[in-house]
Design a protein. Structure first.
Ligand SMILES: Nc1ncnc2c1ncn2[C@@H]1O[C@H](COP(=O)(O)OP(=O)(O)OP(=O)(O)O)[C@@H](O)[C@H]1O
Ligand SMILES: O=P(O)(O)OC[C@H]1O[C@](O)(CO)[C@@H](O)[C@@H]1O
Ligand SMILES: [Mg+2]
Length: 330
């Protein structure tokens, strides 16, 4: 019991797509809470597990040997029904029945909405940005992005060796349904000739493919031995694109979709360390009586925002960075 803390029992859940570093975050939440004299309960499978009362007393052993592991030891899920008020009320009741008066939600923007709804139900809630997509406007860093980019970059390096040997064009599709940050970073880090991201795609596929065909022929004329296109999932259609490009250019073209391997693997040092500090801050915010907050990282500092304000912020790929990425690929 901590008489000065606003909360006495903290629950932790992970929600949405898993992200490397989630384990480091939940470990830091638990260990900081214990250091502050606060009990910790784990909730399996995100909001879905919460509604099914999959709640347990977390013990120290649960947090051992997980900092280096990808994924989430709490498992994760998406739960459509949680968007309805009656299920949010039910979830708050379940939390109260376990004496959970503070909750840490680790997930992406969708999970933040859920956290906000639980805060409205009277459960003090703090969210941590756990997503490989980097698509959260209030923060320059999200847990898992660094690992995902490094994983994808290493895969692209390997494809590049094969692509160069065969003097082919390779289209490599990386994750990011609505956001092109992974594609942009991989494109720059791999020296890609073209980078396709949803933020700069107007939906006109014939126009996009014509531009790519022109770019491939131009570079071929300059003597380039391969052509690497990094395509974000949000633009997609990599296999069809490869076929049409090959037909139009006569350059053998292959598509590779990297898929969920980008979400796994041992987190980088950055993801472990940032996630650890963010997890600790979430606990200290709850202890101070804060609710409906999201933790972020900006200008070298860990900070927190009101969830509504955070979700209201707009995020776009930096135009200067995008232009330079294109120049460097020429
Ligand atoms: N408007 C909402 N109200 C209540 N809960 C929500 C809302 N939107 C999303 N959620 C809950 O959060 C869960 C995760 O949301 P979502 O699938 O958007 O993933 P995310 O947290 O954004 O992560 P990522 O995009 O990185 O996979 C949903 O399945 C749902 O349970
Ligand atoms: O296949 P799933 O698990 O539904 O998730 C895919 C989505 O999750 C993300 O990787 C974010 O975690 C998106 O980039 C992707 O579109
Ligand atoms: Mg999301």
């Amino acid at each position: 019991m901590n008489k000065t803390s606003a909360v006495q029992t903290i629950g932790i859940l992970t929600s949405g797509g898993d992200a490397p570093g989630m384990n480091a975050a939940l470990r830091a939440v638990a260990r900081t809470a214990w250091a502050r004299g606060i009990d910790v309960k784990g909730i399996y499978r995100g909001y879905s597990g919460l509604l099914n009362d999959e709640i347990f007393d977390m013990k120290k052993e649960f947090t051992c040997d997980i900092i280096s592991r990808g994924g989430t030891a709490l498992f994760t899920a998406r739960c459509e029904e949680f968007k309805q008020l009656e299920y949010q009320e039910k979830a708050a009741e379940i939390l109260r029945s376990h004496n959970i008066d503070g909750l840490v939600v680790i997930g992406g923007d969708g999970s933040f909405r859920g956290a906000q709804k639980l805060s409205a139900q009277g459960i003090n809630t703090v969210a941590l940005p756990g997503t490989i997509d980097l698509d959260i406007a209030c923060t320059e860093y999200t847990i898992g992005f660094d690992t995902a980019v490094n994983t994808a970059m290493q895969a692209i390096d390997k494809i590049r060796d094969s692509s160069t040997s065969h003097e082919r064009c390779s289209i490599i599709e990386v994750m990011g349904r609505n956001a092109g940050y992974i594609a942009l970073w991989c494109g720059v880090a791999s020296g890609a000739e073209d980078i396709l991201i949803p933020e700069r795609f107007d939906g006109n596929r014939p126009k996009l493919e014509n531009e790519l065909i022109e770019s491939i022929l131009e570079k071929k004329a300059l003597g380039k031995k391969h052509h690497l296109i990094i395509n974000a999932e949000g633009v997609g259609h990599s296999y069809g694109m490869a076929k049409r490009i090959e037909q139009a250019t006569g350059v053998e073209t292959r598509a590779s979709i990297l898929g969920h391997m980008q979400r796994g693997g041992n987190p980088t040092a950055k993801d472990r360390v940032y996630a650890s500090y963010m997890g600790a801050l979430a606990v200290d915010l709850l202890c101070s009586g804060a609710t409906n907050r999201v933790v972020g990282y900006r200008n070298g500092q860990y900070i927190d925002y009101d969830i509504e304000d955070a979700l209201g912020m707009a995020k776009d790929v930096d135009q200067y960075e995008f232009e330079i990425a294109q120049i460097l690929g020429r």
